[in-house]
Design a protein around this ligand. Structure first.
Ligand code: ZN
Ligand code: ZN
Length: 285
């Protein structure tokens, strides 16, 4: 990749990490179904597969993990979450979520095994959320903690003071519970309508997660996400630090000047109303 390899550089004033990834400009934008690199039959359009899960009787893949041809960070992998050309993670089956969760736990074990690495996984659902290929996929990036230090990832938390435990236990915000995972309205979301999901028990890293619990958390969260906007799902985990969880961030255009300047999230919606709307959507999902 030569000089086109992504570089992490500190902001010249604040020192916060910035990434220069100019090679990503060459990535395909919204290919049609026939030219979709994530559809079965087009596997040669992607770099060699890292791993796959086959859950159908005919042995075909249900989910597969591949390196990103246009990396954002030196480690950047994609999990294609379904062989079907569906755009939204809202439409995945339970089997596809379980295959995706199995791959995700496997990849976290691989990457989080380095004590100086941070791993971040996320879903960009829809064009406004950053998806350039309209075939449901999840992304995983990893890099050195010294260069990517994030306030999300560096706090050790015990169960007594854990914000995830506290939030998932709040009855007025609870949306659903399934297979050991709980979904609630986020009490302090990044933006309007945020959701929070994770294991009911104070678990720590995704490397020790039960894929069934992770699949239930992901499936509930995406099916309960607002249907009128694109959204991101952010997974957060660090070995032995806190309680792995995911946040659904609907993209309602909240990043105005105040948010960018101060790094704050502003929400105008009452989390109890968000919970009521999400319960309604899940009931009809
Ligand atoms: Zn496709
Ligand atoms: Zn906890």
């Amino acid at each position: 990749m030569g000089t086109d390899a992504p570089r992490i550089v500190p902001d010249v004033v604040s020192g916060e990490p910035r990434v220069l990834a100019t090679a990503r400009r060459a990535r395909p934008h919204r290919p049609a179904a026939g030219g979709c690199p994530f559809c079965p039959g087009n596997e040669e359009a992607t770099p060699p597969e890292v791993s796959r899960v086959a859950r159908s009787a005919d042995g075909r893949w249900t989910a597969r993990c591949i390196p990103n041809l246009y990396p954002l960070l030196p480690t950047h992998e994609l999990v294609v979450m379904t062989p079907r050309h569906v755009e939204s993670a809202r439409d995945l089956s339970d089997d596809e979520w379980l295959a995706t969760a199995q791959l995700l736990v496997e990849r976290y074990r691989e990457h989080e095994d380095h004590p100086d690495h941070v791993v971040s996984a996320f879903i960009n659902d829809g064009e406004r959320a950053g998806a350039s290929i309209p075939h449901a996929h999840l992304q995983l990036v990893a890099g050195p903690v010294t260069e990517l230090a994030s306030r999300w990832m560096l706090h050790a938390v015990d169960p007594g003071s854990c914000g995830v435990c506290h939030s998932l236990a709040a009855n007025d915000l609870r949306i659903a519970e399934r297979s050991g995972a709980v979904l609630c309205a986020h009490p302090t979301p990044i933006g309007n309508g945020g959701l929070l999901a994770g294991p009911a028990a104070h678990d720590s890293s995704l490397t020790r997660a039960d894929p069934e619990v992770l699949a239930a958390a992901l499936g509930m969260a995406c099916r309960a996400a607002p249907t009128d906007v694109d959204f991101n799902v952010l997974l957060r985990s660090r070995p032995d630090l806190g309680h792995w969880h995911l946040e659904v961030v609907p993209r309602r255009g909240y990043q105005a000047g105040a948010e960018l300047s101060l790094g704050i999230g502003v929400t105008l919606t009452d989390p109890a109303e968000v919970a009521a709307g999400a319960r309604e959507r899940l009931a009809h999902a």
